[in-house]
Design a binder for this molecule. Structure first.
Ligand code: 5AD
Ligand code: SF4
Length: 336
């Protein structure tokens, strides 16, 4: 009964409260199918059949942070660290434009080797005639730097809040505070960026209630994009022996996020595709409308191991793009 009334509220565009969201996230069997169906319908009504492609370049796997869940954490001395130089990075993004992408995502660990001036030069060079949107995913910086990047032409910024559970956040991201991360998102929004957040589903110690709060936080932050992925344990981290996040729950979080934010850009994430062979299809069928292929040059690609066996790590840019286009076309959807 409670699932039904929550679903009905969502269908009629009524605001969902935390309890409603928890009922929806607890759906199984037939209910789950109904939930995915409604999310797919909402996606179609609000975003149509277009799947937006955004090419990611992971330009440095160096990170000053020590997140317990992440393979790139600074304490992991098994990682062979790399940094792309300025010209190399510009060249790689030109390659992304040539394949036909309209958006490039420049992603890295939190790496202060790249000064604000240096990154601004890269952004300006990449923007060139303005035919490509530039998204940054480089972690927390001070307001002045975020402003420089914006002035240089950056359009969007991804900064996942990871978990809205303050205590869990503090425990898993030693030395970092949820409040500071949320402050960064507010600053970015104020500076005129389109902002993206996201969470990890199935972190050890995470509750269903806190996942519901994650979804309400996406709504409160008025994000344009939400990246939702399952936790995948990395053996060289303190959480290496923990259970991975559930695919089903991740898909339900995606579907409910579509109901709460009908117009948001929701990627079928690489983490979902890593967990299941048909992960992209499953996600595209329950609310997702974006795919972000990893176009990092081959010599660096398998060194960006946030979690092991990342989907697409073995494929060169053009081949991976083609594979993803085939998936989109086979589903009767259109790539942008
Ligand atoms: N499993 C899933 N996602 C992870 N991330 C980091 N470590 C993991 C993991 N073990 C995600 C975080 C971060 C992004 C770079 O990767 O959400 O924002
Ligand atoms: Fe660094 Fe991000 Fe990994 Fe944390 S999750 S260690 S900030 S790359």
């Amino acid at each position: 009964m409670s699932f039904k009334s929550a679903l009905m509220k969502a269908k009629q565009g009524e605001e969902l409260c935390k309890k409603d969201i928890m009922y929806l996230l607890s759906a199984d069997g037939r209910e789950q199918k109904t939930l995915f169906g409604l999310a797919d319908e909402m996606r179609y009504k609000n975003c149509g059949d277009v799947v937006h492609l955004r090419g990611i370049i992971e330009f440095s796997n160096c990170c000053r942070r020590d997140c317990y869940y992440c393979g790139l954490r600074c304490s992991n001395d098994k990682v062979e660290r790399y940094r792309m130089e300025e010209d190399e990075l510009i060249e790689a993004t030109v390659g992304v434009k040539e394949i036909g992408f309209y958006t490039v995502v420049l992603q890295s660990g939190e790496d202060s080797y790249y000064s604000a001036e240096m990154l601004s030069r890269v952004i300006k060079a990449v923007k060139g005639d303005g035919s490509i949107a530039v998204t940054l995913s480089i972690g927390e910086r001070i307001e002045k730097e975020y402003r420089l990047f914006k002035d240089a032409g950056a359009d969007r910024f991804l900064l996942k809040h990871e978990t809205s559970d303050e205590k869990l956040f503090k425990r898993l991201r030693r030395g970092m505070e949820l409040k500071e991360r949320l402050e960064c998102l507010k600053i970015l929004k104020r500076l005129g960026y389109e902002i993206g957040s996201g969470n990890i589903v199935g972190l050890p110690g995470q509750t269903l209630e806190s996942i519901a709060e994650d979804i309400l936080l996406f709504q409160k932050l008025e994000v344009d994009m939400v990246g939702i992925g399952p936790f995948i344990p990395h053996p060289d981290t303190p959480l290496g022996c923990c259970a991975r996040g559930s695919l089903e729950l991740t898909l339900k979080v995606l579907a409910v996020t579509r109901l709460v934010l009908p117009k948001a850009n929701l990627p079928a994430t690489t983490a979902i595709a890593t967990l299941h062979q048909s992960g992209y299809e499953l996600a595209l069928n329950c609310g997702a409308n974006v795919i972000m292929p990893n176009l990092t040059p081959m010599k660096f690609k398998n060194k960006y191991q946030i979690y092991p066996n990342k989907k697409g790590s073995d494929l060169e840019a053009a081949k991976l793009t083609q594979k993803i286009l085939d998936i989109i076309n086979s589903m009767g959807r259109k790539a942008s």
